[in-house]
Design a protein around this ligand. Structure first.
Ligand SMILES: [Zn+2]
Length: 480
């Protein structure tokens, strides 16, 4: 459960009921899905179960197949040997960077981020549209229905809105030089003015001061005030790397060198990253704290007291050489924790099943995760971390966000369906994904999407990114 009082209902998400309309304007039909197993996550598995999603996009009934109504005009899907579970929640990603897949590998973190930045600024901004859209389609095929995205190009919010996904688009703010503060805040306000019309019952807008090495004290204070005033959701990359810890706590290391090279004064902050966020009032916004690898238990307790939440990204932490976050301490504190793939540029893909197994493997033997806890992390845990109600669980009244995983693969044969999904499923076992009762992926197809055109646009974006990557050299991280 989320500690302390619930997250503020913020972020521009309008929770509305009533009949909705499909993307072509026709009223939504009920969706009825039956499967060998229904795994509600918040309760016991249901053998030969079914879920009915009403025209309002919310779950109207769940239970044994024979007990779930069959409205005459419902779209019916019978999946056979499969497990139906809540749509997966990827609590941290950078959808717009998907075109950078595989381009920057095996570099120390400061060099890695400098290189990613250099590629990013070398690209035609139009490629981000194709990149973010493909990332959403890839996420659907991996069973992900909700994404917590951080980005700068506004394309993730558009892609989530247009393709029928659920998510929060946190707009990133940069400005390590205190002199940039007013300009950065003006840029944020302009971006929010463009993002807020995209907000809906599915897509919320948030704010993300990027990280301690890219945000001045003044800017953190100004963004905290703006976020509170506008009641937006908040997120930040926090306590991610040793390099960040050296900058914050000791005023040295590669990030400090980059800042000084730009004429920006650097002093130790006299506290940790989470202490810095607390001092600025940012923790009081109950933000999503991304990574928390170097956060010691006292820091995590600080986050818990404030009602902040955490997204654990063990795959990207390992890929970037950050080491292991203290996931065991997060569990002991009962912090609300979700899982994130992080960007494909850091990770490798949008397969959350792989990520949850890595989270489980990071725990001491004897204090590991039961299969249902793993499924919970993939779904309800992520929803709690993002502060989303009615998401991540199959219960009457919750949103009809569904993922189905085949159980007829050789490695999926197990007596316990939760065990089979938690330890054997991969993204390629997903056979159906629906958001608010609308099927967005079914056995290799994305209904209503011109997939050939999307694939061609993404390939062109990835090739453009590869071309730029061959021409860039690591350069000042704080180049803007
Ligand atoms: Zn990130």
């Amino acid at each position: 459960m989320v500690p302390g009082p619930g997250k503020p209902r913020a972020g521009g998400a309008k929770d509305g009921g009533g009949p909705r309309h499909g993307r072509r304007g026709a009223p939504m039909k009920p969706l009825r899905v039956a499967a060998r197993w229904v795994l509600p996550v918040s309760g016991e598995p249901i053998a030969d179960g079914a879920v009915l999603v009403g025209p309002d996009g919310r779950i109207a009934a769940i239970g044994p197949d024979r007990s779930v109504p069959r409205p005459a005009r419902a779209d019916e899907v019978s999946l056979g040997e499969a497990a139906l579970l809540p749509g997966l929640v990827n609590a941290h990603t950078h959808l717009e960077l998907t075109a950078l897949r595989g381009l920057v590998r095996d570099l120390p973190f400061a060099d890695w981020i400098r290189t990613v930045r250099a590629i990013k600024y070398g690209l035609d901004p139009r490629i981000y549209r194709a990149s973010a859209r493909w990332a959403v389609l890839e996420s659907f095929a991996a069973g992900i229905t909700t994404s917590g995205d951080t980005g700068t190009t506004l394309q993730a919010a558009s892609a989530l809105a247009e393709l029928g996904a659920r998510g929060i688009a946190y707009h990133e703010v940069f400005g390590p030089d205190p002199k940039q503060c007013a300009e950065s805040v003006a840029g944020l306000e302009a971006a929010l003015a463009r993002l807020e019309p995209l907000a809906s019952e599915r897509v919320a807008v948030g704010v993300s001061p990027h990280a301690p090495y890219t945000v001045s004290d003044d800017l953190l204070g100004a963004v905290t005030a703006l976020t509170a005033r506008r009641r937006l959701k908040a997120a930040t990359h926090a306590a991610e790397s040793v390099e960040e810890r050296l900058l914050v706590e000791e005023g040295r290391g590669p990030f400090a060198d980059d800042l000084r090279a730009r004429g920006i004064a650097v002093e130790p902050k006299g506290t940790t990253t989470l202490g810095w966020l607390e001092r600025a009032g940012f923790l009081a916004l109950r933000p999503l704290l991304i990574h928390c690898v170097t956060a010691v238990p006292a820091d995590l307790a600080r986050a818990w007291r404030a009602g902040a939440t955490v997204v654990h990204c063990p795959w990207s932490n390992a890929m970037l050489g950050h080491g292991r976050a203290d996931f065991a301490a997060m569990r002991r504190l009962k912090l609300a924790v979700g899982l994130g793939t992080d960007s494909v540029a850091a990770g490798g893909g949008h397969d959350l099943f792989t990520v949850v197994r890595q989270a489980a493997l990071g725990l001491e033997v004897g204090r590991g995760l039961a299969p249902r806890e793993m499924l919970r992390l993939l779904t309800l845990g992520g929803a709690e971390a993002l502060g989303l109600d009615g998401v991540g669980t199959l219960t009457a009244g919750a949103w009809g966000d569904l993922t189905a995983v085949r159980l007829d693969a050789p490695a999926s044969l197990a007596a316990d369906p939760e065990e089979a999904v938690a330890w054997s499923a991969t993204a390629s076992d997903v056979v159906l994904t629906a958001v608010a009762g609308r099927v967005v992926y079914r056995a290799g197809r994305w209904p209503g999407v011109r997939i050939g055109a999307e694939r061609a646009a993404f390939r062109a974006a990835a090739e453009a990114a590869a071309t730029v990557s061959r021409s860039v050299r690591p350069r000042g991280i704080l180049a803007r």
